[in-house]
Design a protein around this ligand. Structure first.
Ligand SMILES: [Zn+2]
Length: 278
């Protein structure tokens, strides 16, 4: 799933291309894509895109007073639609503009989880954005310390949860914890001040580095094509210490880590064989 840096860079590209464009109409192409009943997206026809931006992992296409809040989920893409075919492959929604251009939201396969919410007024305190924690590129060291202490769970899960902090997913969680030299299974409540310092510094550094990489791309690249030390590098050598990158597999995600850098050399049992890590 795309995370803060790739969504941010993508929103910047769309903002550059579509800011000022006048919406002709919004077309849902799949019956499940539109998640709201009111306001009617037709009421945005004839208004201009004031900006395209991001909150958490959502793309916001803002037209005064209506905002389209888009969640790409796993494989969704929001791109200029050059062909504008009647039944675009994987197409779930389309925005047509007066100048003849269009934006197409696609999702591969039959998952159909990507969604569009139409929101009137300030979207930040409405569904689906309400309840999101502060954006991960803005959270301060003390804010994250407070939120870690208020939780009691594994730090990997904390980072992926969008409520204490928004924008981080599986790849960044793996990379941040490796950079901070913290076990993915460390308890958030028990982190020392020094560990919180390292965690916040790693978060800041990885978001910055990822933004530099994403801004240099023309398009959202595949997760496997992003630079990284442990994510998608299982079985390879850790670039820091040379140990073998290990994993704990879950049904929906994989925790990747380096034993020497993160767990005092301990290889964690796979959760399929260990009740302890389930
Ligand atoms: Zn290592």
């Amino acid at each position: 799933m795309p995370e803060l840096p790739e969504i941010q860079a993508h929103a910047e590209r769309l903002d550059e291309d579509f800011r000022g464009a006048t919406l002709q109409r919004f077309e849902p192409l799949s019956f499940s894509v539109l998640k709201t009943f009111s306001p009617d997206p037709a009421s945005a026809a004839g208004t201009d895109v004031t900006r395209v931006h991001r909150r958490g992992k959502y793309v916001l296409i803002e037209l005064a007073p209506i905002t389209f809040v888009v969640h790409l989920m796993q494989g969704g893409r929001l791109r200029p639609d050059d062909k504008q075919s009647a039944k675009p492959r994987g197409g779930v929604a389309r925005w047509r503009f007066d100048d003849g251009r269009a934006l197409l939201l696609t999702e591969p396969g039959t998952e159909r989880k990507a969604g569009v919410w139409v929101v009137d007024g300030d979207p930040t305190d409405q569904v689906p954005l309400q309840g999101l924690g502060p954006d991960a590129d803005r959270i301060t060291r003390d804010e994250i310390a407070e939120r870690l202490a208020a939780n009691s769970g594994r730090v990997h899960g904390f980072l992926r949860d969008q409520h204490p902090m928004a924008g981080v997913g599986r790849r960044l969680s793996n990379e941040i914890l490796h950079r901070a030299q913290l076990s993915p299974f460390a308890n958030t409540k028990k982190l020392t001040d020094d560990e919180v310092d390292r965690l916040h510094a790693a978060l800041v550094a990885l978001i910055e580095e990822s933004l530099v990489f994403e801004r240099a791309q023309d398009e959202m690249v595949k997760s496997a094509d992003r630079p990284g030390a442990v994510h998608n590098r299982i079985g390879e050598e850790c670039p820091v210490c040379g140990d073998t990158v290990r994993s704990v597999e879950y049904r929906r995600y994989t925790v990747a880590y380096c034993p020497t850098c993160q767990t005092g050399g301990k290889v964690l049992a796979d959760n399929t064989t260990s009740k302890f890590l389930r």
